[in-house]
Design a binder for this molecule. Structure first.
Ligand code: HAM
Length: 419
């Protein structure tokens, strides 16, 4: 127990961190070029925020949240996603008075008590963006195009974009009646969860993961066929924008999304490679959420992308990410005087951004050289009493085998200037 990470969590080890840092960098660069600014939100929030924001008929709120009472008796929940926290922050910091749209991005861990599978964990990571204040479809196109560009820059192939519209409260009301009419005769054959959701949020039933429910609801009326005029126009605008940028998409009437806050546009980027968890990224518009959470009526849209799933997908497509270079130079020493000199020299080198190592294990010279070899350094220098006295030493290029007799004072300049 003590030496095993809790189920559903995993360490990101030094041997793989370069992959994380690489995708983080590419994502941040794209966000910057699109004018999105980073926001960092707390790992935990008041439970009520997620109950209201994510919605208390969702699987996330009903089954998956890490909720506990803190020592002050407050109900606290580890964030199962980022949108609700970002919305809370938007309201708390009066961001509605800033020039709109307010465009934010984040890189967070998130927590859901889920059954573990490949690509599905209890602690996972998301890159996400949220844009507030714009109600037309242009911002939907912008947000989706960011993802398209991200996958392109990473060299990812075969990731398909599925889009749908789940309407606004106006068309949803009329649709719900139609849906209930369809569901009523089969209700007794649906799972308990679906039955419980029938009156409060029948749309959730279409997203039930149980096989029998999926089969029985396959022919249910789709929201997209029952949109009001404004929602239909919005969806047409989205499609025209995607066409304009040559971004391929499929209209998938079945996308409902697992969170309650969505209105109008919803979308997912899906791959067949990430095991059963093919959805790398999901998002959509949430025009009512800011108000539901206590803020002024403000349209919003965003997405979140599962970083673990992204890396799994990149791995399965054999996209290699170059590992960073290790130490550049190793200063091997014999005796205390040389060791003191090396201490100062590696400090200076490091100060100048050159990755340098010296012995800190009291190793013999032979063992130091073996270690330097394992580190894969480009240069080695051996210092003993003689070298310190004469102020000269041999600098050996381990890659080419070339050796140079150099003055000790010149080592820093040589490396700095690549001589
Ligand atoms: P979501 O669909 O719940 O949406 O999650 C987004 C992505 O997070 C998923 O597509 C998946 O890649 C990843 N993900 C979710 N759960 C897990 C898990 N247990 N293990 C590994 N990866 C997982 C949201 O979270 C919304 N906040 C997205 C959004 C932002 N909508 C608007 N703005």
């Amino acid at each position: 127990m003590l030496t095993q990470a809790p189920k559903g969590t995993r360490d990101i080890l030094p041997s793989e961190i370069h992959k994380w840092q690489y995708v983080e960098r590419v994502f941040a660069d794209i966000c910057k070029s699109y004018g999105y600014r980073e926001i960092r939100i707390p790992v935990f929030e008041h439970t009520e925020l997620f109950q209201r924001g994510v919605g208390d008929t969702t699987d996330i709120v009903q089954k998956e949240m890490y909720t506990f009472l803190d020592k002050g008796g407050r109900s606290i929940t580890l964030r199962p996603e980022g949108t609700a926290g970002v919305v809370r922050s938007y309201i708390e910091h009066g961001m509605s008075s800033l020039p709109q749209p307010v465009k934010l991005y984040y890189n967070i861990s998130a927590y859901r008590y889920e059954n573990i599978q490949k690509g599905r964990y209890r602690e996972f990571h998301q890159f996400g963006v949220e844009a507030f204040g714009s109600k037309g479809p242009s911002i939907d196109v912008e947000i989706i195009s960011m993802l398209n560009m991200f996958f392109e820059k990473l060299g990812l192939k075969n990731v398909s974009l599925n889009i749908n519209s789940i309407g606004c409260p106006k068309c949803r009301r009329a649709y719900n009646d139609k849906l209930k009419e369809f569901l009523s005769p089969i209700l007794k054959d649906l799972c308990d969860n679906c039955n419980a959701r029938f009156n409060r949020n029948p749309l959730r039933i279409i997203d039930c993961k149980e096989d029998r429910c999926k089969k029985l609801t396959a022919e249910a009326p789709a929201l997209i066929d029952n949109l009001c005029e404004e929602c239909r126009e919005h969806f047409e605008g989205l499609k025209a924008g995607l066409d304009n940028l040559n971004i391929n998409y499929n209209v998938d009437k079945g996308i409902v999304r697992g969170l309650d806050y969505y209105t109008r546009t919803v979308f997912e980027f899906v791959s067949s490679n990430v095991g059963t968890q093919g959805t790398i990224c999901g998002g959509g518009r949430y025009d009512g959420l800011v108000e539901i959470c206590g803020g002024p009526s403000t349209p919003g849209i965003g997405f979140a992308l599962g970083v673990e799933r992204l890396l799994l997908e990149m791995d399965s497509q054999n996209i290699s990410i170059p590992e960073p270079e290790g130490a550049y130079i190793f200063i091997a020493t014999i005796g205390e005087k040389a060791d003191r000199y090396a201490e100062r020299l590696v400090y200076q080198l490091r100060e100048n951004g050159i990755s340098a190592e010296k012995d800190v294990m009291d190793r013999s010279l032979k063992a130091q050289m073996k270690y330097a070899d394992k580190l894969g350094v480009t240069y080695t220098v051996v210092l003993g009493d003689e070298e310190i006295e004469s102020n000269r030493a041999v600098m050996r290029n381990m890659k080419s085998g070339e050796q140079k007799d150099v003055s000790l004072d010149s080592i820093l300049d040589r490396l700095k200037n690549n001589l």
